[in-house]
Ligand binder design. Sequence first.
Ligand code: AMP
Length: 484
Amino acid sequence: MPDDFSGLGLSAKVTDAVAAAGYTKPTEIQAQAIPYVLEKKDIIGIAQTGTGKTASFVLPMLTLLESGRARARMPRTLILEPTRELAAQVHENFEKYGKNHKLSVALIIGGVSFDDQNKKLDRGVDVLIATPGRLLDQFERGRILMSGVEILVIDEADRMLDMGFIPEIEKICAKLPPRRQTLFFSATMAPEIQKLTSRFLKDPIRIEVARKNSVVETIDQKLVRVPNSPEDKRAALRQLIRGEVGLKNAIIFCNRKRDVATLARSLQRHGFSAAGLHGDMDQKSRMETLDSFKTDKLMLLVASDVAARGLDIPAVSHVFNFDVPTHAEDYIHRIGRTGRAGRSGISITLATPSDGKYLDAITRLIQRDIPPMALDGNIREEPVAEAREHEPRERRSRRGRGNTRSDGSTQHAAPGRADRQERNGSEIRSQAPRVHQEAPRPERQDRPEPLPETQKPRRGPVSDTPFGSDGPVPAFLLRPTGAR
Ligand code: AMP
């Protein structure tokens, strides 16, 4: 494998931007795919997120796009992503690695206004990043012509399959010029995906960089036995969070969307810097939450599998499985949020007595047992804090605030302790962080996971439904500036 990016055939503008991003050595998928992409070959890349696969298509695309220019409404390249967040991440990659280029990149995803993007499309774009349904929508409205597409990227094809996007992909492929290059990425190769590649790719080069069910070796996995009750599980989780030395930030996975909201609210009430990420939030709030997490303003991100799918959050120290995933493969995807790109990480899974068969499936899949970890003593140590859920708003809002330490930082990670100290008068509370002060909103998530945006009815207005009728998405409990 090459030791640096110089021998791969990338242009100087691209290698300079890669160096500026701080990357010195190509990852395996990059080393293998980039030269073929530059030769304009079709590619099947079997690689999971975390392997550097995004740059494996973005970097050579940037080099190839240096010759030629965009024409009105005819994007030169098209990248299909299953979710808005992934689309936004790819966009960020183009900004990072394309900083020496003057490329026009448009984003057609749900939840954002199309006005600006349409203006861009009218002027001509080099790169169009889209979710499949939204793209078809715009195509059917006559906003986009697909006949100029030179390169098509289908990213996270297995996710597309899970989310029911294959018919849309087929439709899109049929509208593209047959003489194009296709780069196809998937973590797994289910038969439906295989079928898609044999239909739409020409003599593809197959590159496989990780075994399908491999668990990143740098993740320290632990299993904690907890009782069935949600209250006990939440108390156990709080104890674990407080007890983890070196916890910088964490993603906490729940199996059900309504539990994401409940757990996020509960953690907030206990003073943690926490917010939920789920599909009912509008695009702006999802992005804000994600951004707060990426920029360390938010410590705990509570998420469902769909909401967290493929998200690139480079430095997550911990993953908690508040629920044991019912699909064993999700365990690998979830814990893969930590231990990325060679970093070490810790995953802690809470298992109840009724999770036996799911745990068995996971251990079979990863071909090892998850080492047990014990909780300290009694996990129900905080009856007062739990009771707070029913307190009036004003009283609640006075609690759970960070405690300013003598060094000016604010203590958030041990709110139980902080509360006690506050009552003892032993800590000064001079700098209140922004605290979520809203009364608990009625649960409106008793539905299954939201359909991906393309499966929602697509006729009529294109804007996404806002987060319920009761006002904007709740403020997030953020760390105050300089809290770290
Ligand atoms: P991806 O698989 O595209 O989601 O990328 C996973 C992470 O690896 C991202 O945070 C990238 O910024 C990072 N990354 C990409 N290429 C490299 C590289 N050559 N060396 C180290 N990290 C990289």
